[in-house]
Write a protein that binds this ligand. Structure first.
Ligand code: GLP
Length: 242
């Protein structure tokens, strides 16, 4: 048995955390951690030291503590189909309450690169909004959204606070999203993203890029989204070859 010593922020504390993380990774969501007394003994730490490390993981919502019954591995992964649905609709379909918090927003002319992606002239006004997406108040994804003013004139970052972009397009602009192209690749959360998502820096994430078109034909958005790898799994429907 390896003995892990005390000391907040110390290498020993980090080792303890790494061992707990390893243990969590090996459990299924909803499964309980062993009883505190047994776990502290197995890890060779004082119960207080263990409790502090577990507190950190509870705060990050990776573990859930239920009074009187123990500590459990947090939420199951969301199975995400690669479809032109909105975050809000996806969460509602799972019985979760969608949320959106605007972290930053500004406007600027598209420039060459964005103009090509958004299929607009380079001088077109573009709204950039960085949004934290939440499910039952838990951060799930960070989205960097670019919307050309041609598709949603007058739209602001505040309009998107706690609101669905796709609902606004359909209701306020009477121009729903009808199709899109999306790519997905693995990445590691950078310091800023990790802080906003409430995960350790370097955690695995899915990087989605989506361009979608509205019914009237224009490109509604170019979005780069960072989805938590510990909360998502990608589902792909397969069809017979043509
Ligand atoms: C998903 C997509 C984004 C899209 C968003 C709209 O997260 N990856 O490209 O902008 O849904 O979601 P909502 O309508 O909830 O704002």
């Amino acid at each position: 048995m390896t003995t892990v010593q005390n000391g907040p922020g110390s290498a020993k504390q980090e080792l303890l955390r790494a061992r707990l993380e390893g243990m969590i990774a090996g459990l299924v969501p909803g499964e309980p951690l062993p009883a505190e007394r047994d776990l502290a003994r197995d890890l060779g730490v004082a119960r207080m030291t263990l409790r502090r490390a577990v507190d950190g993981l509870v705060e990050e919502k990776r573990l859930i503590r239920r009074r009187g019954s123990g500590t459990f591995v947090a939420g199951a992964k969301v199975s995400q189909r690669l479809a032109a649905t909105s975050f809000s609709a996806d969460m509602r379909a799972r019985g979760l309450r969608p949320g959106s918090h605007t972290v930053e927003s500004r406007r600027f002319p598209a420039g060459m690169m964005l103009a090509a992606l958004l299929d607009v002239p380079p001088q077109t006004d573009v709204l950039f909004v960085r949004r934290l997406r939440l499910a039952d108040d838990v951060p799930m994804a960070l989205e960097d959204l670019h919307v050309p003013a041609t598709v949603a004139p007058g739209l602001t970052g505040e309009d998107l606070e706690s609101a669905s972009f796709y609902d606004l397009l359909a209701r306020r602009f009477d121009d729903p999203v009808v199709a899109g192209t999306q790519t997905v690749e693995p990445a590691l959360a950078g310091a800023d993203e990790a802080a906003l998502l409430g995960v350790p820096e370097g955690s695995p994430v899915f990087l989605f890029e989506r361009t979608s078109r509205v019914r009237s034909g224009g490109v509604a958005e170019f979005v780069r989204s960072t989805y938590r790898g510990d909360r998502y799994r990608i589902v792909v429907d397969i069809f017979p070859p043509d």
